[in-house]
Design a protein around this ligand. Structure first.
Ligand code: SF4
Ligand code: SF4
Length: 455
């Protein structure tokens, strides 16, 4: 599809208020962020979707053109336009590459919100309502769905689904989706009744922890390990039971209202535990961390929450960021492994956290880190992207797996549940053991090796 470049004389020349064909597609603030793009193209080579198909409308610059043209009323919202915007992984690699500091993620989420509001099909609206208004805000409902999925995964049904899909009796997509779904833990992560786990030994810090929505179901052991690593390093860990999903999946899908409701619920939950007393609010999922840090932007126009959201966001740290900043005090034992590290997009590009996870890996005795080429490039997971855009997701994953396997190790460390699932899928597709692990799992293993009597 040809992209028509909007008439641009100088940066900020056309404003939302002045633009004659404006459809009110973006707020003034998001439009201002959009027109910072000077079309230099420095972001193109960093964009996984552009690298996969070479199409300008599937590049950051092309997508910004499209959003701007729609916003200025010179381009109708066609199925093609929607498709190019939906193909974006929102990995934000373009933000890192951009010399004009275009906040691409902010613009894309705003554009998707408007698309959902104005142009979504009834089916898409219903699915979005079901997921982001009826399921993710309610941990008990998520747990119920998780329990049903776990029973399904441990029954012969996945095998039968695969057979029927191969025989073309069921759609092939069903079998692919089934393989991409997270394998649910045997035991889900539970927030303790006391909503607090005390430090082991001398108390050095008091931190809050967000348990997440997918992590307790699919990575319960990693959440357990996160609590153990924090307490072993002198932290009282506060886990308010009223906390909710961070809203990242809703935000990426364009449901800004559901995201804002979840943000308010989380702020309320931590304020009830004296948020200002907490040194940090720690999270072990990169996508969630980026979202939690954006609560100030999300709620800036809400007079009741704007200042509280700013205080909340200022305390959020990825677990690797917190541990690298405060220093590891727990004894560390040997972990004899060679690993490579995948920079989760929302950690490297969304939060600019790159050196801290590597510092922690280097601190584990016996562990060898082999850097992979383009470790900062997306693996194709991107929330539910691998389910809604399976073909592009697999193209992006294949490029990633080439770089993983070229390191000579198939143990990949990442700090985001989506990346771990996607990388394990890639390893399995290449006939390897699924050995993608979270960084806190390795830290926990190291601490356990030093203190073998620990539970
Ligand atoms: S967010 Fe990622 S996929 Fe989307 S345009 Fe930017 S680099 Fe490309
Ligand atoms: S690098 Fe930034 S300014 Fe250049 S084309 Fe990409 S988004 Fe626009």
């Amino acid at each position: 599809m040809a992209v028509t470049e909007p008439t641009i004389t100088t940066q900020h020349h056309v404003t939302v208020a002045e633009s004659p064909g404006l459809q009110g597609f973006l707020s003034e603030r998001d439009y201002e962020a959009l027109v910072k793009c000077v079309h230099c193209g420095l972001c193109l080579n960093e964009c996984p979707t552009y690298r996969a198909n070479g199409l300008e409308p599937d590049s950051p610059r092309g997508r910004l053109y499209l959003i701007r043209a729609v916003s200025e009323g010179t381009l109708p919202v066609t199925d093609d336009v929607v498709d190019h915007l939906q193909k974006c992984l929102v990995c934000r690699a373009c933000e890192t590459a951009c010399p004009s500091n275009v906040q691409f993620g902010q613009v894309m989420e705003a554009a998707r919100h408007e698309l959902l509001e104005r142009h979504a099909t009834p089916k898409r609206r219903f699915l979005s309502w079901l997921a982001f208004r009826q399921l993710f805000p309610y941990p008990s409902r998520l747990r119920l769905v998780g329990t049903m999925l776990r029973v399904y995964q441990r029954s012969p049904l996945p095998f039968i689904t695969d057979l029927l899909a191969r025989a073309r009796i069921l759609p092939a997509r069903l079998s692919v989706m089934e393989k991409m779904a997270p394998r649910l833990s045997n035991r889900f992560f539970e927030i303790p009744r006391t909503q607090m786990v005390p430090a082991r030994g001398e108390r050095r810090h008091s931190v809050g922890m967000i348990a997440g929505c997918i992590m307790p179901l699919a990575f319960a052991e990693t959440n357990d390990a996160t609590v153990r690593v924090l307490t072993a390093n002198g932290c009282d860990v506060i886990l308010p039971a009223a906390q909710r999903c961070c809203g990242a999946l809703a935000a990426h899908s364009g449901d800004a209202d559901a995201t804002a409701d979840l943000a308010r619920a989380n702020i309320d939950a931590f304020e009830a535990f004296g948020m200002d007393r907490l040194e940090s609010i720690v999270i072990n999922a990169a996508g969630c961390g980026a979202q939690l840090k954006a609560y100030d932007h999300l709620l800036q126009d809400d007079p009741r929450y704007a200042e509280r959201a700013r205080r909340f966001a200022s305390k959020v740290e990825d677990v690797s960021e917190f541990l690298a900043r405060t220093g590891l005090s727990a004894p560390m034992g040997e972990v004899r492994r060679t690993v490579t590290y995948q920079d989760a997009c929302h950690l490297a590009h969304g939060q600019k956290v790159r050196s801290q996870p590597r510092e922690l890996l280097h601190a584990i005795p016996g562990l060898e880190l082999v850097e992979m080429r383009d470790s900062q490039r997306c693996c194709g997971s991107a929330g539910i992207y691998n389910i809604v855009q399976p073909e592009m997701s697999m193209d992006v994953l294949e490029a990633k797996m080439e770089n993983v396997l070229a390191t000579g190790t198939d143990c990949v460390v990442a700090a985001n549940p989506g990346c771990l699932l996607q990388l394990n899928l890639g390893l399995k597709q290449h006939g390897r053991e699924p050995r993608a692990v979270h960084i806190v799992d390795l830290l926990d293993e190291s601490i356990r090796a030093a203190t073998p009597s620990r539970p």
